[in-house]
Design a protein around this ligand. Structure first.
Ligand code: COA
Length: 182
């Protein structure tokens, strides 16, 4: 299993545990409408059992090395999720995904979390490439890779279906050599 990652300012990324299911579901409930705007899964997450199933799945993925999700704990409160939504070991490549509770937006917590994931990804997992995809109109999400020195590599047209619309994805990439040179 992955270890706990420290992101500074009392923020920790901890591997998800089944005992987090209630807190996780409460967070999804409180943020459902805004998460649905940019993420495909909130409508399918309807009960604590769904959150338990999610946690079990990510624990299996972590063991297999195909993904790694973390709960973001700030001052001992679960405030969001971030991690490697897929890891491609053959190509030493991975993609980061994230979401945060509305009441903690605007403090730089996700930028700090992604920064900790970059350190973990390039140093411990020995990745060569890390990417982030965000809806082209998702200003807050796009600002994170922009702040952290990713390169905007292009646009995937109608890459994701969210409800009754298809959204374009902006693709950002960062290479180990670029990260190491900062
Ligand atoms: C995307 C999302 C995680 C971004 O959250 P966020 O709070 O804007 O991101 P950060 O935590 O990095 O905070 C950045 C903000 O804090 C401010 N900030 C304060 N201190 C900061 C610091 N030390 N470092 C960086 N930013 C700081 C920044 O100026 C910025 O605010 P601004 O946009 O008003 O300028 C959040 O909007 C979200 O969960 N959205 C819904 C789900 C989603 O879209 N997920 C992504 C799908 S691709």
């Amino acid at each position: 299993m992955a270890e706990v990652l420290k992101a500074g300012r009392g923020l920790e990324l901890r591997p998800l545990n089944l005992r987090d299911a209630r807190a996780l579901f409460a967070l999804v409930e409180a943020n459902r409408d805004r998460l649905r705007r940019w993420l495909p899964w909130p409508d399918a997450n309807r009960s604590v059992l769904d959150s338990r199933a999610f946690i079990l799945r990510v624990r299996v993925q972590a063991r297999l090395g195909s993904a790694q999700s973390f709960g973001l704990w700030w001052e001992e409160r679960l405030v969001g999720i971030a991690g490697f939504v897929w890891i491609d070991p053959a190509n030493r490549s991975a993609a980061i995904g994230y979401w945060l509770a509305r009441e903690v937006e605007g403090h730089g917590l996700m930028t700090a979390s992604v920064s900790a994931l970059l350190r973990h990804g390039f140093r411990s997992l020995k990745l060569n490439r890390i990417e982030i995809r965000a809806g082209t109109r998702n200003r807050r999400s796009r600002a994170i890779p922009q702040r952290l020195g990713f390169r905007h590599e292009g646009t995937l047209r109608q890459a994701e279906r969210l409800g009754d619309r298809f959204v374009d994805h902006a693709v950002y990439g960062l290479l180990a050599a670029e990260w190491g040179a900062r």
